[in-house]
Design a protein around this ligand. Structure first.
Ligand SMILES: Nc1nc2c(c(=O)[nH]1)N[C@H]1C(S)=C(S)[C@@H](COP(=O)(O)O)O[C@H]1N2
Ligand SMILES: [Mo]
Length: 312
């Protein structure tokens, strides 16, 4: 019946949001049906008692999701230009197939991997995360991908690895924004090893059940929801395990404005604007920004004893 319902909708009318909720609805109904029949659903621990609902996982928010149209047309991806509309407009010719990712440094399995080999068999998970840009806007994005920790475990870092450094694509012929300068390219980011292994740290390959568009960081990008958006390096090409805190593109560009940690902290204002309010893209009224973007219960313990005013 469900399948008939879905196929009754002409495909021209199926927006990604509709497809996405159809899939979620389907999972929910499947779960309740199998629960009623006492059938265990493969992959679902104790499906007889668990109900798959909208905020299914412990890390999902059940807040209203930002429309696909906004998520894919209001972007920061300076390699394609500095205006929010530039990435969607200027990234159409960016080639993301084939794609290789270099893994190097303090790790047992360094290599240049094809994307497919690197990510093969890593479960496709959904995560609905609040995302907070340092500029004061935010979105709620239903990502598709897998925890960064699962990839890191597969690569087997050495005990001496204390940080993970990420670099992203640099293809001047395909990136018209590079000409206007601004950052020290390629875009570089980093996480402390425990941050990278935190279950919230995510590698996204899709949004609303569809593969990532170039403007959102195709073919795969980092998502660190308790930190400002700029930690989420797009179109990853290098993962390096290191023993010292890596330099990051934004802290090189403006060390007094962007530190290494970049945790969302409403008490530490950006030198040029406040950080205690934010506006959801598509909404009018601002809302309060929460410590760690509302993820304190999952991440605060990693920073116990650290002065998060100094280590911004
Ligand atoms: N390579 C690269 N990654 C990047 C950026 C960028 O300019 N280049 N911008 C960052 C910033 S500031 C933000 S807020 C997020 C925006 O992600 P979105 O456009 O998918 O919402 O991407 C981050 N990742
Ligand atoms: Mo940002």
């Amino acid at each position: 019946m469900l399948i008939r319902q879905a196929s009754d909708i002409p495909s021209s009318e199926i927006t990604p949001e509709k497809l996405y909720s159809t899939r979620r609805e389907f999972m929910k109904t499947l779960a309740s049906l199998t629960a009623a029949a006492g059938i265990a659903l493969p992959g679902c621990a104790n499906s007889a008692t668990s109900e798959i609902v909208e905020a299914a996982g412990p890390y999902d928010t059940n807040e209203k999701k930002t429309p696909y149209e906004d998520i894919t047309t209001y972007n920061n991806y300076y390699e394609f230009g500095m205006d929010k509309a530039d990435p969607a407009r200027n990234s159409k010719r960016f080639v993301t197939k084939p794609w290789t990712v270099k893994v190097e440094g303090l790790v047992k399995k360094p290599a240049t991997y094809n994307l497919e080999d690197l990510t093969k068999g890593l479960a496709n998970e959904d995560r609905i995360y609040r995302m907070r840009c340092v500029e004061g806007w935010s979105m709620v994005i239903p990502w598709m991908g897998f925890p960064l920790a699962n990839l890191i475990k597969r690569l087997e870092p050495l005990p001496s690895a204390k940080f993970v450094e990420f670099k992203t694509a640099l293809v001047p012929e395909q990136m018209p924004g590079l000409k206007s300068g601004g950052l020290d390219w390629p875009y570089t980011e980093g996480l402390r090893m425990d941050e990278a292994m935190n279950p919230l740290a995510f590698i996204a390959v899709g949004i609303y059940g569809k593969p990532l568009l170039n403007q959102n960081g195709a073919p795969m990008r980092l998502v660190v929801p308790w930190k400002y958006g700029f930690k989420g390096a797009k179109s990853l090409t290098l993962i390096r395990f290191v023993d010292k805190e890596p330099k990051t593109a934004w802290s090189i560009a403006a060390p007094s404005e962007y530190g290494f940690y970049s945790n969302v902290n409403p008490e530490v204002h950006h030198p040029r604007w406040r950080q205690d309010r934010e506006t959801r893209v598509g909404e009018f009224f601002a809302r309060k920004t929460l410590m760690f973007n509302g993820y304190a219960q999952h991440v605060a313990q990693m920073y116990a004893g650290m002065d998060l005013r100094k280590l911004y």
